[in-house]
Design a protein around this ligand. Structure first.
Ligand SMILES: NC(=O)c1ccc[n+]([C@@H]2O[C@H](COP(=O)([O-])OP(=O)(O)OC[C@H]3O[C@@H](n4cnc5c(N)ncnc54)[C@H](OP(=O)(O)O)[C@@H]3O)[C@@H](O)[C@H]2O)c1
Ligand code: SF4
Ligand code: SF4
Length: 376
């Protein structure tokens, strides 16, 4: 295992951090895995050198922290740092923040949380957190030794990221990044901004929730043609670890073999590990994925709201994801929600209002029909 210094914090961490959000299930779903198996997966990772665990109050229907607490008995707590999160939806004032933190400490069976994150905030939520006194609360809890570092996780647009990052004295940030998301959310620009401030960055969704672990044919052909053979997972992690600003790459694992594979991969990667040929390969891989795009919808939503309620960008997003990655774990849930809301393409009456508004001049009506048929 390679260990990295966490920017201005100066502490060392394993480059591989274990994500405790899924264990074969959806983040907010019921706990799906035999508890003993999940505990042994966590301990296997720690025994292999992992020193960073990521969980959250809401994961696995609020059971993930309890599971992590159980896994960290018998001396394991002292071997790791724990990151967990406070969701805005569960707190409304100082008293509820205090109560929530106490509950998390109890579930984790610990007297302190190493990295305490405001969970998945954008600018609007940050302002709400500020309004209920969360920054002061974080400062106070840090002084009291209940949390070590003040952090946030982020899935919003870059402009929000820049605003939030510059608005408070953060110790760490957690962003989504992988070779397909370089211009999405905080993106590479956000990574570099945090790096300039020497704020360590923890990466989530490095495999896009597992979607990058199985390459479609045109992508696999590129990997196969490269002189050095590596799995798609290794290429994805190697690409991330090449950045000096990256402190930890989180990976959610469901099988012992995945833990072992990731332990192996993360023992051989450090900043600057990729040469020019490898970087070119990853650019070509990214392009090969993008070549599979069904429709160049940017998600700008200028076409919305559709007078008949059709969720135009939502349908196009699922259609593109399914084509790019062959499979989209969010497809069934996403389509079910669209149907429940009466927002399917079958509601389209071909009025043309969306096509008149679309800055990309997309043939929306025809493409909606095709998408709906192909998505079944
Ligand atoms: N704060 C937030 O808002 C937020 C949001 C997202 C994630 N996170 C954190 O980030 C962590 C990581 O993100 P993630 O779980 O969404 O996505 P991820 O790490 O991109 O993908 C996880 C999936 O990758 C696959 N995988 C892992 N190692 C593998 C290997 N060696 N070979 C083949 N497949 C492998 C597994 O897929 P299979 O299921 O197919 O086996 C696993 O479910 C989470 O666990 C969570 O702690 C936080
Ligand atoms: S053409 Fe169809 S999708 Fe577009 S605005 Fe009209 S009803 Fe909605
Ligand atoms: S206006 Fe066009 S590009 Fe924008 S979301 Fe609608 S379909 Fe996509």
């Amino acid at each position: 295992m390679k260990y990295r210094t966490m920017g201005k914090l100066g502490i060392k961490t394993s480059a591989f951090g274990l994500g405790c959000m899924r264990f074969n299930g959806a983040a907010s779903g019921d706990f799906p895995m035999d508890e003993q198996k999940a505990v042994s997966l966590i301990r296997r990772a720690i025994d292999g050198g992992v020193t960073y665990l990521d969980t959250a109050y809401v994961y696995l229907n609020k059971t993930s922290e309890t599971l992590v607490g159980k896994a960290l008995q018998n001396g394991y707590r002292d071997k790791v740092t724990i990151a967990t999160k406070m969701p805005l939806g569960s707190v409304s004032d100082r008293a509820s923040m205090e109560a929530l933190l106490e509950e998390e400490l109890q579930k984790l069976q610990t007297d302190h949380i190493d990295f305490y994150l405001m969970h998945g905030i954008d600018k609007e939520e940050w302002e709400k957190f500020k309004a209920i006194g969360a920054p002061q609360f974080f400062d106070d809890m840090k002084r009291a030794g209940k949390i070590r570092f003040k952090c946030f996780s982020f899935h919003g647009p870059y402009e929000d990221f820049e605003y939030i990052l510059n608005d408070y004295d953060w110790d760490m940030v957690q962003i989504q990044l992988n070779f397909m998301d370089i211009e999405n959310q905080a993106g590479l620009k956000g990574l570099r901004l945090a790096g300039e401030k020497n704020i360590p960055v923890v990466i989530m969704e490095g495999l896009l929730g597992g979607r990058l672990s199985n390459a479609p044919e045109n992508v696999q052909a590129l990997y196969d043609a490269f002189p050095v053979k590596r799995s798609p997972v290794e290429w994805a992690f190697r690409w991330l670890c090449n950045f000096p600003e990256v402190a930890v790459v989180l990976s959610g694992c469901n099988e012992p073999a995945q833990i072992d594979e990731n332990l192996r991969i993360f023992s051989g990667v450090e900043p600057g590990v990729m040469d020019e040929n490898e970087l070119r390969l990853m650019e070509n891989v990214r392009q090969a994925y993008l070549d599979r795009t069904k429709i160049d919808c940017t998600g700008c939503r200028y076409c919305m709201p559709c007078p008949n309620g059709v969720n135009i960008p939502g349908i196009f997003s699922i259609w593109n994801n399914v084509s790019l990655y062959c499979t989209d774990p969010a497809k069934d849930r996403g389509l079910a929600r669209i149907r429940e809301n009466g927002a399917g393409a079958d509601m389209c009456v071909a009025c043309g209002a969306c096509e008149a508004a679309c800055p990309q001049h997309l043939p929306i009506i025809d493409q909606l029909r095709q998408a709906w048929t192909q998505l079944g």
